[in-house]
Design a protein around this ligand. Sequence first.
Ligand code: NI
Ligand code: MN
Length: 226
Amino acid sequence: MKLTYCGHSTFLLETSTHRLVIDPFFDHNPASPLKAQDVACDFILVSHGHDDHCADAVPIAKRTGATIIANYEICEYFAKQGVKTHGMNPGGAHDFPFGRVKLTQAFHSSSTEVEGLNHYLGVACGLLIQADGKNLYHAGDTALFSDLKLYRRPKLDVAMLPIGDNFTMGPADALLALDLLQPRLAVPMHYNTWPLIAQDAPAFAKAAKRKRHKVVPLKPGAALEL
Ligand code: NI
Ligand code: MN
């Protein structure tokens, strides 16, 4: 299984059978090495409705025929734009051809702007993904909350955690999230896309190491073999 970071909170996940995109934000993501038109995938997972997590979901789904997996409200909204969707809600899991997805709680908002007004798009979520015998957690844009500890069983192979602060948890809270989640490996996300969320990922990794957590910051375009 290969996990490629595309900057911000965007990842490509290649399982033994399928290609997934998590939180597709390519064309207006200054950190992304890819454009939406270059992305090939079978499924698109979306944590919440903010543009920096799903701006390219519908164009990619239209071009590739990929199914979008997200909360019910996002799926209803996207389905009306003519793409395949699979709506879920926190606590619910479903078996897909590539593996199992469970939506988790996340403390954040979820909306999209239409004609200058923000429209509610269901609750923000995190994503637990089981595929090829691995357990992955993409935290979305969540704040720190103590029930993160509920997601540490089964043992997480990888946790993708925001560290940018301002809109999500920052590095200090992400360190506490690592204590609760205890993943084998964590990859920081949602930082350095813009000056407002600039963070020192190597310093975060060092602080995590002092607490016996393994954090691997990935440069956009870099990949992990799992
Ligand atoms: Ni957000
Ligand atoms: Mn965001």
